[in-house]
Design a protein around this ligand. Structure first.
Ligand code: CP
Length: 315
């Protein structure tokens, strides 16, 4: 692949190879030996048109650990505020000859469009609208694989606001490709019509949906994408769909609890449960985020260098 735009185009073997490399980076990071030079001489530009804590910080850290020259654009202070379009901004930055462009944007498909416009540069999707958040699904997969010892034939419940979630979409695609059983659990208003066509089971009752699952993945209510539509009351939502110890007891005894963050304690998840190191792997997800982004940029840089080498030979 020359870009990482989504999980959709990836083959299971490509996902497995990326996770194997990320696993090695995770071990190196844990042992303090994660500072390497595989991206030395390359320039990475991060463009986040939407807010981010985890994704932006971990992409920056991943690039620096691998020796890239990293620049994170402050989009709020950029010429986007003067009316410059996404494409003109990207072409301007592309003219400065970056090697890796990491982009988050509020519009679904914006990052794909941008990837078609830039040249000689690998584009990584850091989340586009409701469409995809591939590195989140990959870091979730690595977390599951390390904790459960495998990434196949697991039963995974993705719970909450599925309709507005790019994290849900990327996870449904990835978990399906790796032959896991996926359940979507949430109120009918927050599960997209036709979700059953994605090869998942749909539940509207939390206790039924969690019955005997291996993994419980919680999502926040994404009010910023609800476009004036129905927003449930937080109290009522927590009562019916918030994860607490009583509802989690329906899952397997060794079920793990995940959340991509940012987390709203007392809305979609009980704060004590989120901090329970025996069940919650939320901290590990953040840690794996750095390793997965190191692996993704390493692999794309190898492809970029190979393509450049091939062009030199042609000349
Ligand atoms: N999970 C995630 O994308 O978090 P941020 O919005 O903080 O990057």
């Amino acid at each position: 692949q020359s870009h990482l735009l989504g999980i959709e185009p990836l083959a299971p073997a490509e996902i497995g190879a990326l996770l194997d490399l990320a696993d090695r980076y995770a071990d190196l990071n844990r042992s303090g030996r994660g500072h390497l030079d595989v991206l030395t001489g390359l320039t990475q530009i991060n463009m986040f048109f939407e807010n981010s804590t985890r994704t932006q910080a971990s992409f920056e850290l991943a690039g620096k650990r691998l020796g890239a020259d990293v620049m994170s654009m402050a989009m709020a202070q950029s010429s986007v505020k003067k009316g410059e379009t996404l494409i003109d901004t990207a072409l301007t930055l592309n003219a400065m000859r970056p090697d890796l462009l990491v982009v988050r944007h509020g519009q679904s498909g914006a990052v794909d469009l941008l990837a078609q416009k830039v040249t000689d540069c690998a584009v990584l999707n850091a989340g586009d609208g409701r469409h995809e958040h591939p590195t989140q699904a990959l870091l979730d997969a690595l977390t599951i694989r390390r904790r459960k010892g495998r990434l196949h034939r697991l039963s995974v419940a993705i719970c909450g606001d599925i309709a507005h979630s790019r994290v849900a979409r990327s996870n449904i695609l990835l978990l399906g490709k790796m032959e896991n059983r996926v359940r979507l659990v949430g109120p009918p208003t927050l599960i997209p019509a036709g979700a059953g066509d994605l090869g998942v089971e749909v539940y509207h009752d939390m206790r039924e949906g969690l019955r005997d699952v291996d993994v419980v993945m919680m999502l926040r209510l994404q009010k910023e994408r609800m476009d004036g539509g129905f927003i449930p009351s937080e109290r009522e939502y927590y009562h019916r769909y918030g994860l607490d110890a009583e509802k989690l007891a329906c899952a397997r005894d060794d079920a793990i609890v995940m959340h991509p963050g940012p987390m709203n304690r007392g809305v979609e998840i009980d704060g004590t449960l989120a901090d329970d190191i025996h069940r919650s792997v939320i901290g590990t997800q953040v840690e794996m985020g750095v390793a997965v982004r190191m692996a993704a940029m390493d692999l794309l840089a190898r492809n970029l260098r190979a393509a450049r080498g091939a062009r030199v030979v042609e000349v």
